[in-house]
Design a protein around this ligand. Structure first.
Ligand SMILES: Nc1ncnc2c1ncn2[C@@H]1O[C@H](COP(=O)(O)OP(=O)(O)OP(=O)(O)O)[C@@H](O)[C@H]1O
Ligand SMILES: [Mg+2]
Length: 510
């Protein structure tokens, strides 16, 4: 056992360890303290210098050295004189009876050793595995894969946050790849950067099972894939919540048309000239203008034409097709990269609302038990889950965050700015995958809402490198430090190890 430090002071949650010379302790590193019949894992959250020499003397010697007097500290054994002190917190205690939260302090002056693979043997693969990466001790990779219970984790929502460029998309690609062939889940991905399918690079289309398990919809599809078209009959007035703002009078007008004309409400509104019993002409003109711009509709002499993704004839079965694919535990990627932000939110809202309504229906009919858990992936989540949007009222995404788990449908919300999401929604996102976050306010928001006490982890989170993450979840005993593999290598390794009847992705087969 390689001893690397000894406890010299501190208290519960904050023990001070003197590092053995050349021990090279790291922020986030895991250490082990052994006791009779049990061992406890500690994690370092702060590092500082210690010295046997008085501060004044050190300053004096440094001054002499800098001013050319050639002073040095050689009068004491170098390994004894100056050293590094680490602050650590206990993370988990493993006893014969199982895994426990630590409740006792290790013996005073006891030694700590490096963690070994065997110490982590308690991390097992659940029946419905969701792969996230490998365990990490500081920046050192341990060859132990981390799988969470995907059914629970998906249905209780995930928050994935990090400063730009720290590897959120890479993590999600890896997660989606490993989940693609799993029958317990279906993923609905709204992809504003068109980065998951892998049009021009390696992506989910290259998965050995993509021809059976992947669907890709895009306004500009590659050969063989299906065009994203949304029939105007699928639009409901409430889908616009969060996409663009309407005044109360304008909303009333939209609901009046919806109630009167049902599926044809948009068409009727577009050609309507007259004021009604409950609305004024100006209101109708404003709503028309807003909808025409948003939906790329033009009207000339009662003739309506469509130039965007909305259409009067095409795209009628979109929602049914998506639900059928989700029922078959597929992954559906919807490329929204060419859409304006408002249209993108509208599309996301239309599809998610229908899926949510269907799953609510499945619960009523008792079919829910036979359905996979649906995971809806939202990039830049504060656009639909932000305080500002939700101040105007709840939307389908906040409803899913609050009660989706009852209907087996969960969100994966991705953001650089968790502080923009209201506290009660953050608290409902039960698994937090925290990658490097530069801004302190953002770290505070996530620490305050995490399942485990991460109050000592501020520095740890700030110093996470690309691909490094901390997973804090109500479904893990402690906040797990992980390293996500680089997707391209992960995917290539899987392709090579998979049976050799690889077929090309041939597009949508609804
Ligand atoms: N685990 C990893 N190992 C090696 N390289 C990585 C890893 N994760 C990400 N990268 C690299 O870092 C770059 C940024 O990653 P990524 O696009 O996933 O970041 P992001 O957090 O999604 O950024 P943004 O906020 O801009 O969407 C990519 O070029 C990717 O190749
Ligand atoms: Mg990204």
């Amino acid at each position: 056992m390689e001893i690397i430090g000894q406890i010299v002071a501190g208290g519960f949650g904050d023990i001070l360890i003197r590092q053995k010379s050349k021990g090279a302790m790291e922020l986030g590193e895991l250490l082990v303290s052994d006791a009779k019949d049990q061992y406890t894992i500690f994690q370092i959250y702060d590092l500082k210098y210690g010295s046997q020499i008085a501060k004044e003397s050190l300053e004096m010697i440094a001054g002499m050295n800098l001013e050319g007097y050639g002073a040095s500290l050689d009068f004491l054994d170098p390994d004894l004189r100056n050293y590094i002190l680490a602050r650590a917190k206990s993370v988990v205690t493993i006893k014969r009876t199982g895994i426990h939260s630590p409740k006792t302090l290790p013996d005073f002056f006891s030694t700590l050793r490096k963690i070994t693979n065997k110490d982590l043997a308690f991390i097992q693969k659940p029946q419905q595995p969701l792969y996230l990466g490998a365990v990490r001790s500081g920046s050192k990779l341990m060859p132990i894969d981390v799988f969470l219970d995907g059914q629970k984790v998906f249905s209780h929502h995930i928050l994935l946050c990090a400063t730009t460029g720290r590897g959120k998309s890479n993590l999600l690609k890896t997660l989606l790849w490993s989940a693609l062939d799993k029958g317990y889940c279906a993923n609905l991905v709204f992809d504003p950067h068109d980065e998951y399918f892998g049009r021009n690079e390696i992506g989910l289309k290259d998965h050995p099972q993509s021809h059976e398990k992947l669907e890709y919809l895009s306004p500009e599809p590659p050969p063989g894939a299906r065009t994203l078209k949304i029939n105007t009959t699928l639009l409901k007035p409430w889908h616009f919540d969060g996409a663009i703002e309407f005044s109360d009078a304008q909303k009333d007008l939209m609901y009046t048309f919806y109630n009167n004309f049902h599926l044809e409400w948009i068409e009727n509104l577009m050609i309507s000239e007259d004021e009604g019993e409950f609305y004024r002409k100006e209101t109708i003109n404003v709503v028309k203008r807003k909808l025409m711009r948003l939906l790329s509709i033009t009207v000339a002499e009662d003739e309506i034409s469509y130039s965007g993704i909305f259409d009067q004839t095409a795209g009628q079965t979109l929602n049914d097709d998506i639900i059928r694919a989700l029922d078959a535990s597929k992954t559906i990627i919807i490329d929204t990269s060419s859409l304006s932000s408002a249209v993108e939110i509208l599309v996301t809202s239309i599809i998610t609302s229908e899926v949510f309504a269907k799953y609510k229906h499945y619960r009523k009919t008792g079919e829910l038990k036979t359905k996979p858990v649906v995971n809806v992936i939202l990039e830049e989540a504060p656009r639909v889950l932000g305080k500002e949007v939700l101040q105007r009222g709840p939307n389908v995404f906040s409803s899913i965050a609050r009660e989706g788990r009852k209907f087996n449908i969960g969100l994966t919300a991705i953001t650089q700015l968790p502080s923009l999401i209201p506290k009660e929604i953050l608290a409902n996102l039960n698994t937090k995958i925290i990658m490097g976050i530069e801004m302190q306010a953002e770290r505070e928001a996530i620490i305050a809402s995490a399942a485990q006490d991460l109050s000592a982890d501020d520095r740890n989170i700030a110093s996470l490198d690309k691909g490094e993450a901390i997973v804090s979840s109500t479904f893990t005993k402690f906040a797990l430090p992980i390293k996500v593999p680089f997707f391209d290598n992960y995917a290539k390794a899987h392709i090579q190890s998979a049976p050799k009847e690889k077929k090309d992705f041939t597009g949508i087969k609804f």
